[in-house]
Design a protein around this ligand. Sequence first.
Ligand code: CLR
Length: 426
Amino acid sequence: MSSHSHSSSWTSFLKSIASYNGDLSSLTAPPFILSPTSLVEYSQFWGEHPDLLIAPNFIGDKDSYENAANADEIAQDRIIAVTKWFISTLRSQYCSRNESLGSEKKPLNPFLGELFVGKWGDEKLGETVLLSEQVSHHPPVTAYAIFNDKNNVELQGYNGIRASISTTSINVKQYGHAILKFKNLNEEFLITLPPLHIEGLLVASPFVELEGKSIIQSSSGYISVVEFSGRGYFSGKKNSYKARIFKDKAASSNKENALFTISGQWSGKSQIYQGSSTSSKEFSEFYDANAIEPIHLTVKDISQQNNLESRKAWKKVADAIKLGNYDLIHREKSELEQEQRELRKKETESGIKWETRFFEERDLEDLPEAGKKSDPLIGLSNLANLSRKNVVSGTIRGDKEDKTSSSYIHWRFVRENWDKESEIVV
Ligand code: CLR
């Protein structure tokens, strides 16, 4: 229990949650629960293990895969490696505020066009670049690309959330997905984002627990189904998961068809077993989140940043949060929001809409018949039997959500825009 749990500001925050209207950013939270970091920065958590992200690139090569007798083995090793990388991102994504700030916090709500860029340097692997951009303010959507040109590896994705409130927790569903491409291997992966909830509200020390599933679908057909659970579910431990690797979607309908089963905690240790059972004494360690520290990217000093870059734009607000000065936080935030409102007003008056910088919306319905294959979601969602609409991440084709939604619009990285970029540097 945190010392704040009985404070009047926390009690009134809990009350405001109870009358929640669907927009998390509208909740006025007490200063101690505010994070000085904008949500546009959260894309960096996908890249804090650059070696694991790029590792699959070194498993077999395009030719050996297409011709070799051991093609199956190569494809299996690759999806296991992608699963390992995915698991390795979760501690950064969902525990890093608890580790560095003592609890989960309410991030700053990014403004339209806000950018967060940086890079991971590595002598052997070469540079890995992050571009993250707030592509929509209302509802909030962040798009990102993380790429390593030396190895021809590119991860891109976008995400947004919808939250609902129950008596003791905030329940969050994620929209969007990630696509990981290994251009040297001619193989790509679709990754869906799991639902989550926030516990610990009553005692004023919130933390995230994952639930439901993430699907990792390879263009090779192999699929990894990652199931999450918390305390008191299948292992009784917090942050538990079980990942099962199947030959393809059809095989995944029966858990006994699992070729490998990985089980443990994503914030701690997990083990990998051959086959579908985890009772065998024969297993090997899969990943230990605490044994391998995340590598933080390097970001330019604020003095070198563009006005659209997150840390520069939010500096005054972030400083006020660090001081815990409620009035100052409020004043600085209002100033930024007022500027944004004025910008939008000017755009409406002039009829010139804000243009996103590195990402564009792509309507998968509108793609010309011949070019329809040009979006990776089409083939990969076919393989995984997932909806190709813009619905809650991981929605299965034919589900209620899939039937009722009509939007096929997804955010995609436009690499050329980065290649001709002159103002923003990493
Ligand atoms: C954003 C996308 C990242 C993964 C991720 C991690 C934590 C999530 C965040 C996403 C969205 C915003 C979030 C946050 C945890 C808490 C915060 C749900 C999904 C909400 C807005 C804060 C609620 C306020 C309480 C802390 C009191 O890849």
